[in-house]
Write a protein that binds this ligand. Structure first.
Ligand code: RB5
Length: 147
């Protein structure tokens, strides 16, 4: 059974998010949209936080979209257990899953065109973590860096 995919964006990612929701719906994915739902200027951390909490609570995958993908990824990666990857091509999308077990894909609507974004999303969702030598490295990501 296909899992739920969580999506969220700021104002700069709303259009691409709508396209992705339609695309994923046709593939039978269950979708949860955590906003934003308008092009009125808003703050990406709010939406990244909502999505990351849901991804962690349910063990699902998420997609965050802003203008560049950068702000979303910075916010997402502050959550222990979130491994967010900004991807601008299919190799990054595949490797982020296979090696890094990324659970959040970050896209920049101002960076990638729609066709490439769809290919990145499909690759990300279809790729699987390879485990093995990568597992211990992921555990090292969860160290305490506070001092
Ligand atoms: C909004 O203009 C833009 O700064 C935001 O969408 C994102 O790209 C930030 O990283």
């Amino acid at each position: 059974m296909l899992k739920t995919v969580h999506l969220a964006s700021d104002h700069a990612g709303v259009a691409l998010k709508s396209t992705l929701i339609e695309h994923l719906a046709t593939q039978g994915y269950a979708i949860q949209n955590h906003g934003a739902n308008s092009i009125q200027s808003c703050d990406y951390p709010v939406y990244a936080q909502a999505l990351c909490k849901a991804v962690l609570a349910h063990g699902d995958l998420g997609i965050l979209i802003c203008g560049t993908g950068l702000g979303m990824s910075m916010m997402a990666n502050r959550f222990r257990g979130i491994r967010a990857a900004v991807c601008t091509n299919e190799l990054l999308a595949s490797t982020s899953r296979r090696h890094n077990n990324a659970n959040v894909l970050c896209l920049g609507e101002r960076i990638v065109g729609v066709g490439l974004a769809l290919a990145i999303v499909d690759t990300f969702l279809q790729s699987k973590f390879e485990g093995g030598r990568h597992q211990g490295r992921l555990a090292m990501l969860d160290c305490n860096l506070d001092g």
